[in-house]
Design a protein around this ligand. Structure first.
Ligand SMILES: Cc1cc2nc3c(=O)[nH]c(=O)nc-3n(C[C@H](O)[C@H](O)[C@H](O)COP(=O)(O)OP(=O)(O)OC[C@H]3O[C@@H](n4cnc5c(N)ncnc54)[C@H](O)[C@@H]3O)c2cc1C
Length: 394
């Protein structure tokens, strides 16, 4: 067992830290303003010209393709490195994602075949194409096995009909990974198939945006007689549930790592505030309640980081999310990190008083954005249940 940070991890963390300080933190006020002004629209929180500048700066800093295999032009540094990068990136609230977004990359890497590699995977891995994933439906969120979107054989092709909801990035995606039922009797055990659907495919519409907290603004998506050839099948017919579960596992690890970043920034801000603010003739840093808030936050952050790093390390060992152990550890990391960051942000807000809840600081944004993470990619209750189920069965 070796808990030391490898030199290559320390080096990339330092590069990302500099990128965050130089490029992201100065944009935070703009993000806060754009969120406040967005109203019921899907206006992005990073202005398009700023996003293009960030993408160029990230590329220049060598931060593209961190977990893309070398044979596809990437750096192949694995998920532990990505976890360290996610933590550093999320010291800022600016919702910039280093291309390519990891979960779909790993799904495409595992399942793309033949021409799909040139058409979807490689441009995605290079950050030239965007994608999204459409699993959730009005009647099936946590319980993805209950989806009703159908794909049926029709004249040698597939005919898709159904309704999806809460689909992030749908209007910005070049292609959408759609999960559909191909054999209702088999359900999650051989009856679900994933399809690669270009966004401009006839019959696919994205009628509604649901603006939410922070940067989140997912969409509804309708599939009405969408006709696709076999070349649009991602992976094997009927066998999508396992690779998609693995993909969800990567996002859970990422969400847990993001929580570490927010928590670290909060602790840095708490220390600064405690050392500089005086009330009733003494520094906040001299009050035991303030010391305890900082101390507890730090301890909780360190415990959570161990969970995340072990999870990412295990994923890098090859079983990438499908073993029971990894599923359970993913659930644990997501529960603990999302609940830890909720407490830490709250303490940071309390210590900053009125400023803490103003839009002068990023704390109130963090409090709201972190709330999302206890719901997306499976609510805490469902993960608690999964952990209990494994233990009780064992
Ligand atoms: C910002 C955002 C982005 C999203 N992006 C995508 C996307 O890109 N693609 C996609 O397919 N989906 C996406 N989703 C959907 C997301 O994965 C679901 O919202 C999530 O899985 C929960 O499903 P639900 O909202 O239908 O809640 P439900 O499944 O209806 O659950 C509601 C509540 O019931 C409780 N509950 C549910 N099951 C149990 C249980 N077994 N035991 C105890 N309590 C339980 C929990 O408290 C839960 O919060 C997104 C959602 C959000 C909010």
């Amino acid at each position: 067992m070796d808990f030391s940070i490898a030199p290559e991890h320390a080096a990339i963390a330092e590069t990302v830290r500099r990128f965050v300080e130089r490029e992201l933190i100065p944009l935070e006020r703009d993000v806060i303003r754009r969120e406040a002004e967005r109203g019921f629209t899907d206006a992005p929180l990073i202005a398009p010209e700023a996003e293009a500048r960030l993408a160029a700066a990230a590329k220049e800093a060598g931060l593209y393709g961190i977990d893309v295999p070398e044979e596809f032009g990437g750096q192949d540094l694995g998920l532990l490195t990505k976890a360290i990068v996610f933590e550093e990136m999320k010291r800022s609230i600016v919702p910039f994602v280093l291309p390519p977004d990891s979960p779909n990359l790993h799904l495409l890497k595992e399942t793309c075949r033949g021409e799909q590699i040139e058409r979807y995977m490689l441009p995605y891995a290079r950050g030239e194409k965007k994608s999204c994933i459409a699993i959730s439906e009005p009647g099936a969120g946590s319980d993805a096995g209950a989806i009703r979107t159908r794909a049926e054989r029709y004249n040698g092709k597939w005919l898709l009909n159904g309704e999806k909801t809460w689909i992030s990035n749908a209007r910005r995606a070049d292609f959408i990974i759609v999960l559909a039922v191909t054999d209702a009797a088999r359900g999650t055990r051989g009856g679900m198939t994933a399809f690669l659907v270009d966004r401009d495919t006839p019959g696919l519409t994205i009628p509604t945006v649901f603006p939410m907290i922070g940067e989140y603004a997912p969409y509804s998506l309708n599939l009405e007689n969408v006709l696709l050839g076999d070349e649009h099948i991602l992976g094997e017919v009927g066998q999508a549930f396992v690779p998609i579960s693995r993909r969800l596992g990567i996002r859970r690890m990422e969400i847990a790592a993001r929580c570490l970043g927010y928590a670290r920034r909060c602790i840095e801000m708490m220390i600064e505030q405690a050392n500089s603010r005086s009330t009733f003739g003494a520094k906040l840093a001299d009050r035991q309640s303030v010391q305890f808030a900082i101390s507890d936050s730090w301890q909780e952050l360190e415990m959570c980081r161990l969970l995340v790093h072990r999870l990412a390390w295990r994923m890098d060992q090859g079983s990438a999310g499908d073993s029971l152990e990894i599923r359970r550890e993913g659930a644990m990391a997501k529960i603990q990190c999302t609940e830890m960051v909720t407490r830490v942000v709250d303490r940071a807000i309390q210590m900053h008083g009125g400023m803490g809840i103003s839009k002068e600081l990023p704390l109130e944004y963090m409090a709201r954005a972190a709330r999302v993470w206890r719901i997306v990619e499976g609510p805490s209750e469902v993960h608690r249940w999964l952990v209990a189920r494994d233990l009780l069965r064992a």
